[in-house]
Design a protein around this ligand. Structure first.
Ligand SMILES: *[C@@H]1O[C@H](CO)[C@@H](O)[C@H](O)[C@H]1NC(C)=O
Ligand SMILES: *[C@@H]1O[C@H](CO)[C@@H](O)[C@H](O)[C@H]1NC(C)=O
Ligand SMILES: *[C@@H]1O[C@H](CO)[C@@H](O)[C@H](O)[C@H]1NC(C)=O
Length: 347
């Protein structure tokens, strides 16, 4: 009898504690969601990384790149902030240091092969290699008045430069149980729904046969279009949007496609030498590129930071993520809900 009461009481205490833990946990999840809304990346991964984990983030002096650097440094990853402009890079570094974060700077212009080689040599000599690469550097618009040169500049920076950098750094990825990670900051603007030519759309979505020649022949066709005032490549909602976003859109179509090519080529590496390669869209983020519209930089950095810190068991490769979700490459509904018009910079 006593025993029974005792058991009942224990049971009761137990249930109470459980309910309490549950409520607390739910509150924690809510709190986490609230934080996500305001922009702090929450990382729940078991910590596979340490101070010996080396990350390179390109375009790290401002906006989303700077925020990715900040978050990785906060997590205790040794983070190399790269920027085209030495003094802007140093300025960003001072700001991070003032917040108590220990970050390393190295100059890098992805459109300059010499600068890429210098970075690679330095990374190799100083750290012996790297584990994480975030290709964030990119431009939305060119300031060159000539329309063809402007288009070329956007594609050189957002596609050819990033491709060159990645190819140069790939041999430096170190073997590790957790696998190395490459994340390309891309955009839902690069979804295949915007490719107007059906043959190309199909080629770009044929992952088994896709290669750099296909991607680059489409880029060249687009540049030829620009020179001749034609439009045979893209299908944009209006002429004005085509004029404003064509260059950027093609660069991101190419970036997404190239991510799939490299991921596919690396997929059979053996256990302990894996490299997971993905791309993501930060969403419309409050930076200069979107005329300061959209969510905080924390929200913009979130998916990239989450992707590079995932435990190996949860890593996938060759995918496109938006809001921590694999969204495929073809049709991304959110892209059509965005008021792209309001983000065109004034001339
Ligand atoms: C990429 O590398 C190739 C080969 O080294 C070079 O010819 C090309 O100019 C580079 N592109 C950019 C944008 O740096
Ligand atoms: C995207 O990721 C792949 C794989 O790491 C890389 O080779 C490629 O150059 C990246 N960027 C672009 C713009 O394609
Ligand atoms: C390409 O970039 C230039 C400079 O930003 C711009 O004037 C031109 O309209 C752009 N064209 C397209 C189709 O994006």
């Amino acid at each position: 009898m006593f025993l029974k009461v005792d058991v009942r009481r224990h049971l009761c205490v137990c249930v109470c504690v459980c309910v309490c833990v549950c409520v607390c946990e739910r509150e924690r999840v809510r709190e986490r969601e609230r934080k996500d809304m305001t922009g702090t990346t929450t990382v729940e991964s078991p910590r596979w990384w340490s101070r010996d984990t080396i990350a390179v983030v390109t375009g790290g002096n401002k906006g989303i790149g700077l925020e990715i650097v900040r978050q990785l440094a906060k997590q205790g990853v040794t983070t190399i902030l790269t920027a085209r402009d030495e003094s802007r890079g140093q300025q960003a570094l001072s700001a991070l240091k003032a917040d108590g974060l220990d970050v390393i700077f190295h100059q890098l212009d992805v459109t300059d092969s010499k600068s890429i080689r210098e970075l690679a040599t330095w990374v190799k000599a100083r750290f012996g290699g790297l584990d994480i690469l975030v290709n964030n550097a990119g431009i939305g618009w060119s300031s060159l008045p000539d329309k063809v040169l402007a288009a070329k500049e956007v594609l050189d920076t957002n596609y050819y430069g990033v491709k060159n950098l990645t190819h140069t750094l790939l041999p430096l990825f170190r073997p590790s149980a957790a696998g190395s990670r490459v994340v390309n900051v891309s955009s839902m603007a690069g979804q295949l729904a915007v490719v107007g030519n059906n043959k190309w759309k199909q080629q770009l979505n044929d992952e088994d046969n896709l290669n750099e020649e296909v991607i680059e022949s489409i880029i060249q066709a687009y540049l030829k279009d620009r020179a001749e005032g034609l439009n045979t490549v893209l299908m944009m909602p209006s002429q004005e949007l085509l004029e404003a976003y064509g260059n950027y859109t093609v660069s991101k179509v190419a970036c997404n496609a190239h991510t799939r090519v490299v991921a596919r080529d690396l997929v059979n590496r053996k256990e302990g030498e894996k490299i997971f390669v993905n791309c993501m869209c930060p969403g419309v983020t409050n930076t200069a590129m979107s005329q300061n519209k959209g969510h905080s930089v924390g929200g913009g950095a979130d998916t990239a930071v989450w992707l590079v810190l995932l435990p190996a068991s949860e890593c996938v490769t060759g995918k496109f993520f938006l809001k921590r979700t694999d969204r495929g490459f073809v049709y991304i509904e959110e892209a059509f809900a965005i008021d792209a018009q309001s983000m065109i910079p004034e001339k």
